[in-house]
Design a protein around this ligand. Structure first.
Ligand code: G6P
Length: 609
């Protein structure tokens, strides 16, 4: 989704803004722009496409200046073109915006009646005009922004400059991320800490409805009623290296290969051979979790798939009822909440609009408490949850989520074990599960060694238009995740089914043009899955089976491939079997020549509904 960078400094800021936008590219966007204020004049450059295209336009005619704002736009109102790209300028005001203003049409009509003409289709230009109207009343930029945001419905993060107030940028946020970077004699705004790591690792996280004014000398936060507010300065642990691609061809490949370390980090100091440490959910965590009689897990995309796996674990081992729902559905229906239910939000970014809104909605619905499983410590979801368990994946840049998923599974496995132990799971069983979880980093490392075989396998998919993924039990969500990876980055239409459903519809699609990918670890359902595979074979479907190394499953030389994966145990198998599916999607996409890290139309962080 849209990214924002802004600066108030003594040096020329355009190169810093461009570097910041490049660090935000992973969020997904389709146009970019920047504007610099110097000597009472604003110079602006915008371009459709990538930041490097906007950068080339800037370098062809560069301009100096120490105050500036910049933006990557993911189109919502109006197509991706130069006219709709940010920054937008109306009267004295130059603005960049992330989010959606819901009452913009009514405001636009009012402003047109006042004589404002608009050059784009965006809701952002309407906001700029409103700020300009407020400036005309004699308000300062800060006061004009405050007055304007009070009139807005919807979500926004903005950075605004006024031609009449040199050296100043005003930012504001509601429902979309924005933070302040504190430098030495310079201040910045950014959508995340990564955008600013090139200039500072000191950040101030803004609360909902905060407005902030930055100049070279200071950053002052105000609440919506205009009162100055104190906010802590954090030192980010992020290093510039963490967002480098290194030797890998794509971020996605790097992130797939980082999984053994990311999972080990997520488990570190939280579990040992004797069990899960009691305090990992914070001081009140153990007591609150002991009261839980059921869980509602809410998330989007890949995080939703992690929740589906957790349902199998928690119901099997802790015997607690679990429901899992996508956030955009949950938030708009009246879910029944039995007494003592825990609300669990899973989110890599912690800023996904629907997940955040669902969590806020849950407050009204009488849950025992909320737990966030998240990768970004200062994100909104984490800050608003009662309990949190951080995944420690490090920054994930590739739009298609990989290490975020396996670290979410690791965190959810800890939750399942914790709940299971509290509810009296037999000691020997519990210790076996703990031992399996401790083996997970090594098991993933082994699975990564399949890469050369998967590169060869990927050839079979290059010219395909469809693929069907099958799994049973906790491997059905793994099949869902595998199919999501393939469709996201290779643009091959892929679907996943619980294998037992094959005969109820999808079998009609199976012929020699429909590859069927089966996730087939050892377990009580393996024989049933084998029967499903026979049904595919009998119809001439091409089979690719990811099977446990110990499983008796044979390929059919002509129309089938079996890849051996060492699952390392039934409990951790879903996380391990995910890895070859990630690699398959990745290598198919590479062969098809798609934009692997920034697939078309998709965004990493979906901060609008
Ligand atoms: C987008 C991303 C996905 C991600 C989903 C949920 O669709 O492209 O990779 O799974 O959002 O994001 P979250 O940050 O809440 O996990």
């Amino acid at each position: 989704m849209c990214g924002i960078v802004a600066a108030a400094a003594q040096r020329d800021v355009a190169p810093l803004l461009i570097a910041g936008l490049k660090a935000l590219e992973y969020r997904g966007y389709d146009s970019a722009g920047l504007a610099v204020l110097a000597d009472g004049q604003v110079r602006r450059v915008r371009a459709k496409g990538k930041v490097r295209e906007m950068e080339a336009a800037y370098l062809a005619d560069p301009f100096p200046g120490g105050t500036g704002i910049a933006h990557t736009r993911w189109a919502t109102h109006g197509v991706p073109n130069e006219a709709n790209a940010h920054p937008h300028m109306v009267g004295r005001v130059t603005i960049v915006h992330n989010g959606i203003i819901e009452n913009y049409a009514a405001l636009r009509t009012e402003l047109q009646a006042k004589g404002y003409a608009f050059s784009s289709e965006t809701d952002t230009e309407v906001m700029a005009a409103l700020i300009d109207v407020n400036l005309s009343k004699g308000l300062s930029l800060r006061e004009a922004v405050l007055a304007t945001v009070r009139e807005l419905d919807g979500a926004y993060a903005i950075a605004v400059m006024s031609r009449d107030e040199p050296g100043r940028v005003v930012g504001a946020r509601r429902g979309a991320p924005l933070l302040v970077g504190v430098g030495i004699g310079e201040h910045f705004l950014g959508s995340d800490a990564q955008a600013l790591i090139q200039v500072t690792n000191k950040t101030i996280y803004l609360d909902e409805d905060d407005v902030v004014e930055i100049t070279r000398e200071r950053a002052q936060v105000y609440t919506l009623d205009g009162q100055p507010a104190a906010r802590d300065v954090h030192e980010s642990e992020l290093s510039a290296d963490a967002v480098e691609r290194g030797e890998y061809r794509h971020y996605m490949q790097k992130e797939i290969f980082e999984q053994p370390r990311a999972v080990a980090d997520t488990l570190e100091a939280r579990i040992h051979a004797h069990g899960v440490l009691p305090n990992i959910f914070g001081v009140d965590g153990e007591e609150l979790l002991a009261k839980v009689k059921g869980l509602h897990i809410v998330a989007c995309g890949t995080s939703y798939h992690a929740g589906l796996v957790a349902k199998y674990w928690i119901e099997d081992y802790a015997r607690l009822p679990v429901s899992v729902e996508v956030a955009s559905e949950y938030r708009y229906r009246e879910a029944v909440v039995p007494a003592d239910t825990l609300f669990v939000a899973i989110s890599q970014s912690g800023e996904t609009a629907d997940t955040l809104a669902a969590m806020r909605e849950s407050r009204r619905r009488g849950y025992l408490g909320t737990l966030a499983i998240c990768n970004v410590p200062e994100s909104s979801v984490v800050r608003e949850a009662d309990l949190k368990l951080m995944t420690r994946a490090g920054p994930e840049i590739g739009v298609a989520s990989t290490k975020a998923f396996t670290t979410q599974l690791s965190a959810l496995a800890l939750l399942a074990l914790h709940l299971a132990r509290q509810r009296g799971l037999e000691q020997a069983r519990y210790q076996d599960l703990c031992a399996q979880l401790l083996r997970l980093p090594r098991a993933i490392d082994e699975a990564l060694k399949l890469e050369p075989q998967i590169v060869a396998l990927a050839e079979r998919f290059v010219h395909r238009h469809h693929a069907l993924f099958l799994g049973r039990g906790a491997h059905y969500p793994v099949a869902l995740e595998g199919s999501l990876k393939l469709k996201e980055i290779s643009y091959i239409h892929a679907e996943a089914y619980p294998a037992g459903e094959l005969k109820h519809g999808p079998l009609a699609l199976v012929d020699e043009d429909m590859p069927v990918i089966a996730v087939a670890p050892n377990g009580p359902l393996l024989d049933k899955l084998k029967s499903n595979l026979q049904e595919v074979r009998a119809r001439g479907g091409e089979l690719v089976v990811f099977a446990d190394s110990a499983a008796h499953i044979d390929g059919n030389a002509a129309r089938g491939v079996v890849l051996r994966v060492d699952a390392g145990g039934e409990f951790i198998a879903p996380a391990v079997f995910t890895v070859p599916l990630q690699l398959l999607a990745y290598h198919v996409a590479v062969l098809r020549g798609t934009d692997v890290d920034q697939p078309r139309n998709l965004a990493k962080s979906v901060t609008v509904e």
